[in-house]
Design a protein around this ligand. Structure first.
Ligand SMILES: [Fe+2]
Length: 196
């Protein structure tokens, strides 16, 4: 077996034996939320659908890092952080040339850029950040806050929203307001017994 094939087989081994249910749940949440925020912003249906796809795939680069993060390499924590920051670029590289639109690819590549220019991988700021990536950023942060983490319990809708208001400099305000409307609408629907 060539080294390349061996590496690929080892990657697949990692994927199959890992429990990815949390990652999948997060991807579905971000996908749904991104679709609804894009609809709330009255974007074209095609763009909304593309954001649903980008939401599902936005963290796919993390799969490439599994061996570094949880595998035999056992790197130092600081190294792990450095690798984690590569995941948006790795995801983009994995998907480019496979028929995904430029909009989907750029949304994934820049989903960790912050509106104030403090994000990665390119320190883009404001409207330099593609619209899709700005939408994913808001949805991604919310979904992460609403999930259990090894170091904290999932936040309530109100607490997650409060925390994000405190950090609003990272987000596009127009998108953030649309996102708030979507989340409040969903919360109301759930309180009233869910969708019919
Ligand atoms: Fe990410």
């Amino acid at each position: 077996m060539s080294v390349k094939v061996q590496e690929h087989a080892r990657d697949l081994d990692g994927f199959i034996s890992m429990d990815l249910s949390e990652e999948l749940k997060h991807a579905v949440q971000v996908s749904n939320l991104a679709f609804h925020v894009a609809s709330e912003l009255k974007l074209e249906e095609k763009v909304c659908n593309e954001l649903a796809v980008a939401g599902m795939l936005h963290d796919i680069g993390k799969l490439k890092l599994l061996n570094y993060l949880y595998g035999e390499e056992d790197p130092l924590v600081i190294e792990e952080l450095k690798y984690v920051r590569m995941h948006s670029t790795l995801g983009y590289e994995e998907l480019v040339g496979k028929g995904y639109s430029e909009h989907i690819l750029k949304s994934i590549l820049y989903h960790h850029e912050n509106y104030d220019g403090s994000g990665y991988p390119a320190n883009l700021r404001g409207e330099e950040i593609p619209l899709g990536a700005r939408i994913l950023r808001v949805c991604d942060v919310y979904s992460a806050l609403r999930s259990n983490r090894p170091y904290r319990k999932a936040l309530s809708m109100e607490d997650a929203m409060q925390l994000m208001i405190g950090e609003v400099k990272y987000f596009d305000m127009k998108i953030f307001l649309a996102f708030q409307r979507v989340v409040h609408k969903e919360h109301e629907t759930q309180k009233n017994g869910g969708y019919n």
